[in-house]
Design a binder for this molecule. Structure first.
Ligand code: GLN
Length: 247
């Protein structure tokens, strides 16, 4: 039986708005397709993590304080994480995790947290702590040649620039910066986004996209048998109607 190996990084520190739930969604939807999942953890002080042995590396979002606390540990793993990315491991990065994989994050106390520099963007937070992008957000993204609406909830002070390849176009909400047109960062084996939710419970197609990538990266083929997503679709429709027709 096919198994997806998942590395959940800093799950004890980066779990805003139920971000850890993304892992549960992946496991549930993979199992329904006959794909097993193994979830392992890396947090501050974990030794000898073999980053390249995973199909998926996942980081959720967190407050500036937690980002500061884990930054040194993350830096100490830089080369191994870089190697995993180059080997084709998929990266799903939410909010704080998204920021830390870029060049740097200058937080709301004006302190610079060096990022891993895996991707070319950088993030600067407003020094006015009350000035944040908060609320529901809907973007339009292209997954496997299909345009899909992705819905979530954003809450970030950080304003991200130089994302040459955005994850999506903002239809409602802020995105990478206040009232920006672009949201997140997307490349072959990375999706980095400001969307909490948890993201994957609100966007089952996105979960399936990641499952398919991870289970087929060694050349196999997985039949993504359709699941009954009627309730999820209904909930999405209500939000689309409420948010997109208000403008
Ligand atoms: N602390 C970061 C910011 O405020 C990330 C927040 C988050 O992960 N929601 O921009």
């Amino acid at each position: 039986m096919k198994t997806i190996r998942i590395l959940h990084m800093y799950s004890d520190m980066l779990d805003l708005y139920g971000d850890n739930g993304n892992i549960e969604v992946l496991r549930y939807r993979a199992r329904a397709r006959g794909v097993e999942t193994v979830v392992e953890h890396h947090s501050v002080g974990t030794k000898d993590t073999d980053f390249s042995s995973y199909d998926l590396i996942y980081l959720g979002g967190g407050a500036d304080y937690e980002q500061q606390l884990l930054a040194e540990d993350l830096q100490s793993c830089r080369n191994e994480i870089m190697k995993a990315y180059e080997n084709g491991t998929f990266f799903l990065l939410i909010c704080g995790g998204y920021q830390l994989m870029g060049e740097y994050y200058k937080d709301s106390n004006n302190e610079v947290i060096k990022g891993l520099g895996l991707f070319p963007y950088h993030t600067v937070a407003s020094l006015n702590k009350g000035k944040r992008c908060i609320g529901n957000i809907i973007i339009e993204a292209e997954l496997d040649g299909m345009i899909s609406k992705i819905i979530g909830f954003e809450n970030h002070g950080g304003q991200t620039s130089a994302t040459d390849k955005a994850f999506g176009k903002v239809l409602f909400g802020n995105g990478n910066r206040f009232e920006s047109e672009d949201e997140g960062y997307f490349d072959k084996n990375v999706i980095a986004t400001y969307l909490h939710g948890p993201l994957l419970s609100k966007n089952p197609k996105l979960a399936d996209y990641i499952i398919k990538y991870c289970s087929e990266r060694d050349g196999g083929h997985i039949e993504m048998t359709p699941m009954d997503d009627a309730l999820e679709e209904k909930a999405r429709e209500v939000l689309f109607r409420r948010l997109l027709t208000r403008r």
